[in-house]
Design a binder for this molecule. Structure first.
Ligand SMILES: [Zn+2]
Length: 80
């Protein structure tokens, strides 16, 4: 019954995840992997496209955030 869910290191925070990105509650028998070839959870595989797309848009958001930060720093430097 144990499935391997997709859970790449960049999604893992300091705390241990209770649920996989597919929404399935992770039991003790659940395995996690960042390698799609090891993933055999049907829900994860189904969400593969969505997960991939969201991590890509997240990257774009981070780039946007860094741009905002640079603007913020420039604004701060103008002030005394
Ligand atoms: Zn899963």
């Amino acid at each position: 019954m144990s499935k391997t869910h997709y859970y790449p290191p960049f999604l893992a925070g300091d705390e241990e995840a209770e649920r996989g990105p597919c929404g399935v509650w992770l039991g003790e028998t659940s395995k996690l992997s960042g390698d799609w070839r090891a993933v055999d959870c049907a829900r994860c595989l189904k969400k593969r496209m969505a997960i991939t797309a969201s991590s890509e848009s997240e990257e774009r958001a981070i780039v946007q955030q860094m741009g905002d930060m640079a603007d913020f720093m420039r604004t701060q430097q103008v002030k005394p």
